[in-house]
Design a binder for this molecule. Structure first.
Ligand code: G3I
Ligand code: 9MR
Length: 567
């Protein structure tokens, strides 16, 4: 049967639910018949015809789809296109995405600061604790000494997750990340009871998703200045480390200037955590109240300092040492106000938060990202529709209309796309961290499904999950440790420095980025089309870094699919 493996057949390399859609994309000229066949190429279980050719709106390349949704038989198969070859193998089975859900949440464990990762939990990626001096030796950067305290004040700020491929910790990015993980818990509490990741806390009475989130929440709490309730923008080295293991990264650490965006993201997450941990007061005495108090203090600080944006460049001219690590700069906090107001309102039921901010300043429905958190507030209001005060209830029809309207916009014309995914209808989707665009679009669709019970939203959410696991123009599975052609060389310091060939598993690569060659100047880009501008090289931090704010929506999407569509 001399058929070769063909990487022109692009599909979710992990697999498919028996009762859900199953689509592979074939790029190039192949047409006619396809078969689904056992990996030994002996037994055909399904025959079909490739679709008409469709043109990729971004690259102009031709593609066809092999739709075998009608096949519901469980097993391991490949797609065979006579004359072209066969695909990577995939499974059809219930709970087929449980492993990715578990693996991507476990990815956060590997990002933990201040703790050894023993082999028992980390397998071959075990490593000593990093940044242990954060227990006692974090310096207050001169940019943060605004209240007459002496320079070289030190504080304790251990724990949390490393942000990404670098080792710094940024409140803005921690905010959306933790908020997204906690949203999975609030939306699918039953599922989260059984969502186990084999972490040191797995045997306690608290779901692993909450234990993992607590690792970061506790760090976030240390970033609030007890004197005034303001929140430092980040905890960082002055400059990025070399590609070394965490325990070898021993540069001085600083907390820098407080910012309004950090304060509001912090307030939002603490308010959310306050209501989540309330029923767990036996296991976590006092935590819920501490979170709400911290949230209110951060909110009040923001009200007094609404114009205090983090301005890295301006700061660097004024202070020594200059700080050149990730900026997470944002000159518009109107969305952070919306998110914080919504979370504080739902937790406290106090209308004053609801009315403090214009929650619907315009018709826009911006996709969530670290710089744009408006919809996180809308999701929360919709999630708690049953317990809103009359004031909040007034806006519910409008809110639901917006959320479903946004979802309708996302799914419009998907059937005309070469890859039949929601992701990538426009080249604008391929920004730095485009994988999170795909995952956050998926979340928006899950939200619409929860509001309407209309399966079309769930079906379309799954197209983006398929995208992340291989049905895309690069042919890579963007989650480390999964699929047959996974990313192997992410810009991730432990993965580069640990001497193990396989990268740390469960981490989502940023993905194609139209501007990547200009931004990281890594050598090896050959593509010109935005959907293909990706290289699996560790120098490519603009297309192949990993980051917690990209992993969290992956955890959400995988978890939601498992919770909703496990048959
Ligand atoms: O939003 C604009 C979009 O409107 C425009 O069309 C497009 C074309 O240029 O650019 C978009 O902005 C880009 C933005 O990411 C999109 O989110 C910026 O050019 C780009 O520079 C920016 O990149 C950010 C990057 O840091 C550099 O600052 C990423 O969002 C952000 O995720 C990334 O975060 C880094 C941290 O700083 C440090 N730790 C690692 C982390 C991940 O790479
Ligand atoms: O490792 C850094 C990564 O986390 C950031 O996303 C990226 C952009 O800010 O910067 C990386 O660090 C690079 C630095 O910007 C320039 N010198 C090379 C560094 C990577 O080795």
């Amino acid at each position: 049967q001399n058929q070769p493996l063909s990487t022109n057949i692009r599909l979710n390399q992990v697999g498919f639910y028996p009762n859900a859609a199953k689509v592979a994309v074939v790029v190039g000229d192949a047409s006619g018949e396809f078969r689904i066949i056992t990996p030994d190429l002996k037994k055909t279980v399904f025959k079909g015809k490739l679709s008409e050719a469709r043109q990729n709106a971004i690259s102009g390349k031709t593609a066809r789809t092999a739709d075998f949704s009608a096949l519901k038989t469980t097993g391991t198969f490949v797609v065979l296109i006579p004359g072209l070859g066969y695909s990577y193998p995939f499974d059809i089975k219930p709970h087929v995405h449980r492993a990715v859900a578990v693996g991507s949440l476990k990815g956060f464990y590997y990002q933990r600061v201040s703790t050894d990762l023993p082999a028992r939990y980390a397998g071959p990626w075990s490593r000593p604790a990093g940044h242990v001096r954060e227990d006692t030796q974090v310096l207050v950067h001169p940019s943060a000494v605004s209240d007459g305290r002496p320079a070289r004040t030190v504080l304790s700020s251990p724990g949390g997750w490393y942000d990404a491929g670098d080792y710094n910790k940024y409140i803005v990015n921690s905010g959306i990340t933790t908020g997204t993980l906690l949203a999975l818990y609030e939306d699918f509490p039953q599922f989260c009871q059984t969502f186990k990741t084999a972490i040191p806390e797995s045997d306690n009475a608290i779901p692993d998703l909450l234990d993992e989130s607590l690792w970061n929440l506790r760090w976030m709490l240390t970033m609030q200045d007890p004197a005034d309730g303001g929140v430092y923008h980040k905890l960082t080295n002055a400059r990025f480390d070399g590609m070394v293991m965490p325990d070898q990264a021993t540069k001085e650490r600083y907390v820098v200037q407080k910012s309004v965006t950090a304060a509001l993201d912090f307030a939002a997450v603490m308010a959310q955590a306050g209501r989540i941990f309330k029923p767990l007061s036996r296991e976590l005495p006092g935590l819920s109240d501490s979170c709400v108090t911290a949230a209110v203090r951060a909110w009040n600080w923001a009200k007094k300092n609404p114009d205090q944006y983090y301005r890295q460049n301006a700061m660097n001219e004024a202070f020594d040492p200059d700080v050149v690590t990730g900026e997470y700069g944002d000159r518009d906090a109107s969305d952070e106000w919306i998110w914080a107001a919504a979370e504080l309102y739902v937790t406290t039921k106090n209308d004053a938060y609801y009315t403090a901010v214009n929650l619907f300043p315009d018709d826009k429905m911006p996709l969530p990202s670290w710089a744009q958190v408006r919809l996180l507030g809308y999701y929360t209001l919709a999630r708690f529709e049953k317990i809103l005060t009359p004031r909040g209830r007034q806006d519910l029809p409008q809110l639901k209309k917006r959320l479903t309207g946004f979802a309708d916009e996302l799914i419009r014309d998907v059937e005309k796309q070469a890859y039949q995914t929601v992701m990538g209808k426009s080249a604008q989707d391929y920004i730095w961290g485009s994988s999170a665009v795909a995952a956050n679009q998926g979340i928006a669709l899950v939200q619409a499904y929860r509001l309407t019970n209309d399966k079309k939203y769930l079906r379309n959410a799954l197209t983006n999950f398929d995208y992340l696991l291989g049905r895309n123009a690069t042919g890579y599975c963007f989650v480390t440790g999964f699929g047959d052609k996974p990313v192997m060389n992410p810009h991730h310091r432990p993965s580069v420095a640990d001497g193990i060939e396989a990268p740390v598993p469960g981490l989502l690569s940023g993905g194609p980025n139209g501007n990547a060659p200009k931004q990281d100047k890594c050598e090896g880009y050959t593509a010109t089309s935005a959907d293909e501008l990706f290289i699996d090289a560790s120098c490519s931090y603009a297309s192949n870094e990993i980051a917690i704010n990209w992993n969290a929506p992956l955890v959400y999407l995988a978890g939601a699919l498992e919770a909703l569509q496990s048959a």
